[in-house]
Design a protein around this ligand. Structure first.
Ligand code: ATP
Ligand code: MG
Length: 222
């Protein structure tokens, strides 16, 4: 890919990667790394959703534990950071408010991307003020097994147009959505929690320090 085209005249770009991270796993980390390389992002900022509006069907473990595990997982990578903006904010964690916050605080010459998986993109029309999301920054949708981002209803409802032969779509606002194929990881936090409940090993699914944290804090046992 042409770097100058991707940076669109920006000197540096940051990617925001939101999630519940209950817990963070190697799928999250490897995907973030591949997005960073493909889009020349200087930093990927993990945004921990304190109170995710969509996860109402099950209890989520304490924010503090999820925070600690992301911290451990990214400790050895100076270009990965963890943000507490959604923790400090009262009420539900809406991405529109987080993106607006980062958009307001952008420095001159800085570009902003929001990173999400194909599963999340396919249901983005359920997000608060979703029509405004695409007016604030560019989006990167990462592939995820069993989800086809080309089927996302929002591509039609928000009148995106396909740009050339590539995997880039343009919103009427001028911002883009890029689809990126990453190494497929058929794992999810749901699966990780199930493995712990069943007393099986998490080795090679989460970073060692995260596995140790889960075991010593006794998380996800029931
Ligand atoms: P859960 O099963 O609890 O929903 P999850 O594995 O989907 O957990 P989230 O915290 O919900 O993790 O996801 C955060 C972001 O990472 C979302 O945009 C999601 O689409 C993306 N993501 C998570 N796991 C993967 C994966 N294996 N491949 C690609 N994207 C992923
Ligand atoms: Mg999920």
């Amino acid at each position: 890919m042409d770097r100058s085209g991707l940076l669109k005249g920006k000197e540096r770009s940051i990617g925001l990667f939101g999630g519940t991270f209950d817990p963070i796993h190697l799928g999250h980390l490897r995907c973030a790394k591949e997005v960073q390389e493909a889009f020349y992002l200087s930093h990927v900022i993990f945004i921990l959703a304190a109170t995710p509006p969509h996860k109402v069907d099950r209890p989520i473990i304490a924010t503090k534990d999820r925070w600690n595990m992301v911290k451990l997982a990214i400790a050895d990578n100076p270009s990965f950071a963890l943000s507490d903006v959604e923790i400090k904010r009262e009420g539900k964690s809406y991405s529109i408010e987080t993106i607006s916050y980062y958009h307001r605080n952008l420095k001159k010459g800085e570009g902003l991307f929001f990173i999400l998986g194909a599963d999340a993109f396919c249901e983005i029309e359920t997000w608060k003020d979703y029509t405004q999301l695409f007016t604030l920054c560019d989006f990167i949708v990462i592939s995820r097994p069993n989800f086809d981002p080309l089927q996302a209803p929002v591509l039609t409802s928000e009148r995106f147009t396909k740009e050339g032969a590539g995997n880039r779509f343009l919103h009427p606002s001028g911002h883009s959505v890029s689809l990126l194929s990453v190494t497929p990881f058929g794992i999810s936090s749901t699966e990780i929690r199930r493995i712990v409940r069943e007393g099986r090993s998490l080795t090679y699914l989460v970073p060692q320090a995260v596995e140790a944290y889960i075991l010593s804090a006794g998380l996800y046992r029931e």
